[in-house]
Ligand binder design. Structure first.
Ligand SMILES: [Zn+2]
Length: 212
C-alpha cells in the first residue's frame, strides 16, 4: 500500500548515510520514527530488529506473516517479535512491498547459488557479524543473527510457493518508515550483492533518518 509521510527532513533528529556494503546499528527509541530512504533506487536493505532491553526478543518473520496473513510487508504491517509483541509498525511506504522470506546473502549462499569462486565476495551476513563484533555494548553475537527483512527487495512468490529474486520495484527517492513501539536495536546491512538483481547489479547508498 503506497502511503506517503508527513514528516519533514528539516525536523529530523539525526540522519546517516550508509554506503553499499556497510552496516548501520543504532537504537531507535519507542515513539521515534525511522525512514530508510533508497537514495538512487533498486537497493536492498537487509535488516534485523532486537528489543534493546532484552535482545533475546527479536523480529520474527513467521509471527509477522501469520498474524497479518500476508507474505509481503508494507504500510500498516506490524512487525512482531518471537514473543508476539509489536516491535514496530510500518507507517509510510512509497515503494509498496518489501520481502521477509528471501533471507540475507552470505558467502555460503553465494557459493551455492552462483559459483564456487563467489565465496570471497562481500555479503550481508559478513556485515552483520562485523557490526556485532564492533559493537559489543549491545550484547549480540553470531547466534543472534536470524531471519530478516529485505526492505525494497522484490522477491515474488509464485503459485507453487517458489521464490525468485526479481528486478526491483523501488526507485530513487522511495522510502519506508517505521515507528518503534519499544526501544529497538536496528541492525541493517546495505546489501553489496552483485550476482542477482536485488541491487540492479550496482549497490548504492541508503539514508537513515530518525524523527522524535
Ligand atoms: Zn545482501
Amino acid at each position: 500500500m503506497i502511503t506517503s509521510s508527513q514528516l519533514k527532513a528539516e525536523n529530523a533528529t539525526r540522519s546517516d548515510t550508509v554506503p553499499a556494503g556497510d552496516y548501520y546499528m543504532q537504537v531507535l527509541k519507542a515513539g521515534q520514527t525511522l525512514r530508510i530512504l533508497d537514495l538512487e533506487g533498486n537497493q536492498a536493505a537487509d535488516t534485523l530488529f532486537y528489543n534493546a532491553d532484552d535482545p533475546s526478543e527479536r523480529y520474527s518473520c513467521m509471527d509477522t506473516i501469520r498474524e497479518q496473513g500476508n507474505v509481503y510487508l508494507t504500510a500498516g504491517t506490524k512487525l512482531l517479535s518471537n514473543d508476539g509483541n509489536e516491535m514496530l509498525e510500518i507507517t509510510a511506504d512509497t515503494c509498496g512491498r518489501h520481502d521477509t522470506l528471501g533471507g540475507a546473502c552470505s558467502t555460503e549462499s553465494n557459493t551455492v547459488r552462483y559459483a564456487i569462486e563467489k565465496k570471497c565476495m562481500h555479503a550481508c551476513r559478513d556485515s552483520w557479524l562485523l557490526a556485532v563484533a564492533e559493537n559489543p555494548q549491545y550484547g549480540l553475537s553470531k547466534q543472534d543473527i536470524t531471519h530478516n527483512i529485505n526492505f525494497f527487495m522484490n522477491v515474488p512468490v509464485n503459485k507453487e510457493g517458489g521464490l525468485s529474486f526479481a528486478d526491483g520495484i523501488s526507485g530513487a527517492g522511495k522510502y519506508v518508515e517505521l515507528t518503534a513501539k519499544m526501544d529497538v536495536i536496528v541492525l541493517l546491512s546495505n546489501c553489496p550483492q552483485l550476482n542477482n538483481p536485488c541491487n540492479a547489479y550496482n549497490p548504492t547508498p541508503v539514508e537513515m533518518i530518525i524523527w522524535d
